[in-house]
Design a protein around this ligand. Structure first.
Ligand code: CAA
Length: 697
């Protein structure tokens, strides 16, 4: 018997306990072990029924994702599920924790399901670019109908077993000791003479064929607009579930699964899954617990400070917000309170929770109020003198071991930290605005910082629900540097003959959430100009100058907030339309530089933009700012709208081939050999037959 599967017989019930920490993923050894244990139980006359459960924290949370993309090892999960379903002795699954993906599919193949009250079930496969490939697309709709089953599979959500949505899949929800409760349940079933109940034979979900087909048609229309392959395949499989006999449906599912699992999209999404788990593992944290944070100080009540305050209030922290005077404080607190009230009005926050947040927010104008804070985040204007003054004042009041954090985008952290008596407790943070809505946070770790300070800030960010990514250095930003390079490439394309509108269209077609110019319009052209200047100052953006943005600023076209930027916004087109004035301004600028306009295809635009991002990412790796390519990828996916299904720019480069990207950069260098200078790592990796993934270690 395989050691990952425990086998025990209790009162005629064989208990198969899956023991593969941390999440009992159904890898080859689990499948083999379960298969052996099933045969043993079936051959044992003393066994009347079989109970499958997960040891430790969960019923299996899915197949082992690390096995995808490799040759499959026998026995396969679909075959194992079929064998479980075909068992002549009743098989019951006892669910707790997160019974997801292949784990949930295994449960659906058993004859009855009992679940602990806190358990969650779901099909997260779509988030990995695949579909439930062990009969899930055929069994779930038999139990729940097409609409509900599809909603679960297409969203990838995990739902509570006590929810109405989960009811068709779960026979009994229990409290207390799951093992004991599940054994009693099996005994009850045996006492009632309950027989096996193969899900393949259940037709409850097909009771209303018209409703079934309508539900399929509706989702088919929605997914057809999405660039991802897996959702479309999921809908086809669920459609087949009703139209075809069960075994043929399984064949359709298998073919669709094989197509998806081998796709670039699935490889990219798997890459992001592991990248997200790699990113928060900062070397400073290994083996050391972080001191708990209960009070956060925030200096500055502007957009950035308010967002940080809201994020902290959301997770039960005490917040001390410092403003320079009572009027500014009143205004800032007023805006925070108004935001909370809006949440209540929209039904997104209960009155009691809103009051509770209000009680935990303490507005002050005196730095002394920060004496108890565990972490203080400075969010004042990005002016060196002002920031230095804040840190000088903080040094006088904060307790020993308090972590001080600057949000500077432009300045050297050492110059700011130098104003305190112990610079080892000063870190940088780039969380974007508004902070409470952001998913990713870059932690700037200068040399010589106390590991405990890093651990405390990372723990705080995890609690805030942010994905922390490490950027090493004093003026180090990953996302903004890559974004700057991307926008610079877009600028050059426009100056050389394209238009902002064509570039935006091409990048949306690539999968970016917004095109670069519409994004600048949203953020504001002045803000973008500040970013570009900061990047030019710290040596990130070098080479050819493009002044179109400056010209637009001179013309008062500051972006969406003023009704005009790269686009024109008015009652007729509130989301913006192309503006001939902008085209004329670009033409003038081009002519003044003696540039002969030429056209760029959608693919050329995409190649320029991707190459710029990747080359900048490679530069950040060379400088040691980014620890590994996958950190760059998660920052771009979570913070800058890069399509998750492309895996981030570095993964996208691996899939295109580094040689192709390098060749593009060399070709673009004919226009500007400074900006378009290929990083040496392309050559190194290419000659070793590797991609960026080799650096993810
Ligand atoms: N396969 C392999 N490793 C997995 C895994 C899986 N399915 N799920 C989690 N892990 C690993 C993580 O990589 C992580 O490893 P490290 O500690 O080395 O970083 C570890 O388990 C713990 O995971 P988390 O940090 O994510 O733990 P958590 O408590 O925050 O979340 C979870 C637990 C909700 C189960 C989450 O891990 C998760 O969502 N896992 C993926 C679930 C999933 O997608 N299942 C479907 C797989 S595809 C499938 O099943 C299809 C099929 O058979 C046909």
């Amino acid at each position: 018997m395989n050691e990952v599967i425990g086998y025990e017989v209790s009162d005629g019930i064989a208990i198969l306990g899956i023991n593969n920490p941390p999440v009992n993923a159904v890898g080859a050894s689990v499948r083999q072990g379960l298969s052996n244990a099933l045969h043993r139980a079936l051959g044992d006359d003393a066994v009347q029924a079989i109970l499958i459960l997960g040891e430790g924290r969960t019923f299996p949370a899915g197949s082992d994702i690390r096995e995808f993309g490799k040759p499959p090892a026998d026995p396969w999960l679909p075959g194992l599920c079929n064998a479980v379903e075909a068992s002549p002795k009743i098989v019951v699954a006892a669910l707790h924790g997160t019974a997801l993906g292949g784990g949930f599919e295994l449960a659906l193949a058993t004859h009855y399901r009992v679940a602990a009250e806190g358990a969650r079930i779901g099909f997260p496969e779509v988030t990995l670019g695949i579909l439930p490939g062990a009969g899930g697309t055929q069994r779930a709709p038999r139990l729940a109908g097409a609409g509900d089953a599809l909603d679960l599979m297409l969203s990838g959500r995990a739902i509570s077993v006590t929810s109405a949505e989960a009811a068709p899949y779960i026979d009994k929800v229990v409290q207390g000791d799951l093992r004991q409760q599940a054994l009693s349940y099996v005994q009850e079933l045996l006492a009632q003479g309950a027989g096996t109940r193969p899900t393949r034979d259940i037709r409850k979900g097909f009771a209303d064929p018209i409703a079934y087909q309508k539900a399929v048609a509706l989702r088919k229309e929605v997914v057809a607009k999405r660039p991802e392959i897996a959702p479309q395949e999921i809908v086809k499989c669920v459609e087949a579930a009703e139209l075809l006999p069960f075994d043929m449906g399984l064949t359709v599912e298998r073919a669709a699964f094989d197509d998806c699992v081998q796709s670039d999209q699935a490889a990219s999404l798997r890459h992001v899954f592991f990248a997200e788990r790699r990113a928060p593992k900062f070397p400073e944290i290994s083996g050391q617990g972080a001191s708990p944070v209960s009070q956060v100080g925030i200096v500055g009540g502007g957009v950035a400070g308010r967002g940080l305050a809201l994020a902290c209030l959301e997770v039960d922290l005490e917040v001390v917000l410092i403003e320079r005077n009572s009027a500014a404080l009143r205004e800032s607190l007023g805006k925070i309170n108004a935001y909370l009230d809006r949440l209540v009005a929209q039904g997104r926050l209960r009155g009691q929770a809103r009051d509770d947040r209000g009680m935990r927010l303490h507005g002050k104008t005196d730095f002394v109020a920060l004496s108890e804070a565990d972490v203080v985040i400075e969010a004042v204007a990005d002016d060196l003198k002002e920031k230095q003054q804040v840190f000088f004042q903080l040094d006088a009041v904060v307790r020993e071991g308090a972590v001080l954090v600057s949000t500077t985008m432009r300045h050297d952290l050492h110059q700011i930290a130098g104003k305190t008596g112990d610079p080892g407790w000063v870190l940088g943070l780039d969380i974007g605005t508004p902070a409470h809505l952001q998913q990713v946070a870059e932690v700037m770790v200068p040399e010589g910082v106390e590991p405990a300070a890093v651990a405390a800030l990372v723990a705080l960010l995890r609690r805030l629900g942010k994905l922390p990514v490490r950027a090493e250095g004093r003026r180090a930003h990953i996302g903004r540097a890559v974004l700057g390079a991307y926008r610079h490439a877009a600028d050059m394309l426009v100056e050389d003959g394209s238009t902002p509108y064509l570039v935006d269209e091409a990048m949306r077609a690539f999968g970016m959430k917004f095109g670069p110019f519409e994004q600048i319009d949203r953020e504001g052209l002045r803000e973008d100009r500040t970013l570009r200047r900061a990047l030019a100052d710290n040596g990130t953006l070098q080479g050819r100058q493009v002044s179109i943005l400056d010209r637009l600023c001179e013309a008062g076209r500051f972006g969406r907030s003023v009704g005009q930027g790269y686009y024109l916004y008015d009652g007729q087109s509130p989301s913006g339309r192309a503006d001939p004035e902008v085209i004329a301004l670009i033409r003038e600028e081009r002519e003044s530089r003696g540039i002969a306009a030429r056209g760029f295809s959608e693919e050329e635009i995409q190649r320029h933009c991707l190459a710029a991002m990747v080359n900048e990412g490679a530069r950040l790796l060379r400088l040691g700012v980014a620890r590994c390519p996958s950190d760059i990828d998660v920052v771009m996916v979570h913070g800058y709208g890069f399509p998750r299904w492309r895996g981030g720019p570095m993964k996208a480069a691996d899939l295109v081939g580094l040689w192709a990207v390098q060749r593009d950069i060399e070709q673009f260098a004919q226009q500007d050999s400074v900006f378009w200078s290929p990083e040496p790592v392309f050559d190194t990796l290419f000659k070793a037959g590797q991609g960026f993934d080799a650096l993810n270690g």
